[in-house]
Design a protein around this ligand. Structure first.
Ligand code: ATP
Ligand code: MG
Length: 420
């Protein structure tokens, strides 16, 4: 017997409904802020994700990269931002649209990491990208959007962590300071961090292995290396958040798992005990250099991605998310012994977008009534031999117990009258 591949899961109907409600909410919320959804392919040329000297775990260890022929090296997308930027550059979206571009996506991502609770090899991200402008008000607006979405999804135990990585100049100074600080302590770092020390020492602060070490806790702080303008920018972001009452905590160890971030970075983290190590539900930040690196003009951008599975799980744990059974508008009880009349009636109902359940077995009237009851049918239609012979049907409203008998030809008009 076949099983799902390790780290992948079926989405069964109950779960599908819950996910859909959150996806719909995401779309509604981002639209209020002027974002529109788009889609990019699930696989891209590997270069879209793989930048020179990249040190993130995602790029160095977790990508599903394959070659279907001798020429192409392709990667199943591990995240959404790179594909969206690739598309923006390829389609020159910045040329004929008002800036900033406001784009959103919902899609499957693939990372080869160790499956755990809240960590899968195929998972879904809902994300947005705001490209083409740089202003503290945009950063604050995006953090507010993220907070409002998570709040409306029903998650209460959540905190907003923010930090700044500064502009390019601040990063150069800070990177130098970290290198000087960690070089004599190199032996105490894990194998990966020894490598990060050469390529991108900032990443050491984000290490999942070393994060409890005192040498990490006592490392130089970003805030001491920010340029005046980077500092002023971050102060303004915070002031805008204060103005709209979004609670946040400044966490100067927050550097985020991807290499391309600059200035503002943020995470929404569950404070519930159940969340365990996978407590970050949404994460994002600004990227000053990515559009240019991808071959586009020098445009700054900012975005975030939310893990839909983590969000669904956290919402479920905090409050009972009721399973939505499909509503049943009409249950047709068929006692006509094999005529096609009940089927004909059901088709008219369904073409009018009513939800219909129809008995397809030869069962007793009592058994069929029981099913109608179990399905919470709003209306019950009984079809017997008489109804077949004179092309009529009797419809009974389960709640009011009112009952009408109509001709088959009158059914469309009757259904229309229901909508009024
Ligand atoms: P982590 O530190 O948990 O590995 P990350 O920094 O790799 O997270 P991002 O790339 O920023 O995560 O992705 C944003 C969000 O996507 C995460 O906060 C999380 O909710 C979700 N996510 C990331 N990886 C996975 C995964 N393997 N399974 C499920 N959700 C994931
Ligand atoms: Mg990760």
């Amino acid at each position: 017997m076949y099983q799902t591949v390790k780290g992948t899961y079926d989405v069964l109907p109950d779960q599908y409904e819950k996910r859909k409600r959150l996806k719909d909410l995401f779309k509604d919320v981002i639209e209020c802020y002027g974002y529109r959804l788009m889609e990019t392919p699930v696989f891209e040329y590997a270069g879209v994700f793989q930048k020179e000297n990249d040190t993130s775990d995602m790029v160095t260890k977790e990508m599903y990269t394959f070659s279907p022929n001798e020429k192409d090296v392709l990667t199943l997308r591990p995240e959404g931002t790179a594909g969206v930027i690739r598309s923006v550059v390829q389609n020159k979206l910045y040329g004929n649209n008002e800036l900033p571009l406001k784009l959103g996506y919902i899609g499957e991502m693939f990372r080869h990491e160790r499956p755990q609770k809240g960590r899968q090899r195929q998972f879904t991200q809902c994300g947005i990208e705001n490209i083409g402008d740089k202003s503290p008000i945009i950063d604050a607006e995006i953090i507010a959007l993220a907070y409002n979405f998570i709040d409306m999804a029903g998650l209460e135990n959540v905190k907003v962590l923010i930090n700044t990585l500064g502009d390019n100049e601040s990063r150069v100074a800070y990177t130098k300071a970290l290198k000087e600080y960690f070089t004599p302590l190199k032996d105490q770092l894990c194998f990966d961090c020894q490598n990060r020390l050469e390529k991108n020492p900032l990443r050491i602060l984000d290490c999942k292995v070393d994060h409890e070490l005192d040498i990490i806790k006592n490392a130089p702080k970003m805030s001491d290396y920010l340029t005046d303008s980077a500092k002023a920018y971050f102060e303004k972001v915070k002031a805008y958040l204060d103005a709209c009452g979004i609670p946040y905590i400044v966490d100067d160890k927050l550097v985020r798992g991807l290499d391309y971030y600059t200035d503002t970075v943020f995470e929404l983290v569950s404070t519930s005990e159940n969340a365990g190590a996978q407590s970050t539900v949404l994460a994002g930040g600004r990227y000053d250099n990515l559009v240019k690196e991808m071959g586009g003009p020098e445009l700054s951008g900012i975005g975030f991605a939310c893990g839909l599975e983590r969000l669904t799980m956290m919402v479920e744990e905090e409050n009972e998310m009721t399973n939505l059974d499909l509503p049943c508008d009409f249950y047709i009880i068929d006692m006509s012994k094999g005529s096609d009349y009940a089927f004909k009636v059901s088709e008219v109902l369904r073409r009018n977008l009513f939800n219909v359940d129809l008995n397809v077995y030869d069962r007793s009237m009592k058994a069929q009534f029981k099913s109608a009851d179990r399905r919470n049918a709003k209306n019950i239609i009984i079809i017997g031999e008489d109804e077949v012979n004179n092309s009529s049907l009797t419809i009974k409203n389960s709640e009011t117990k009112e009952q009408v008998t109509i001709k088959f030809e009158e059914l469309d008009a009757y259904l229309e009258s229901l909508g009024e």
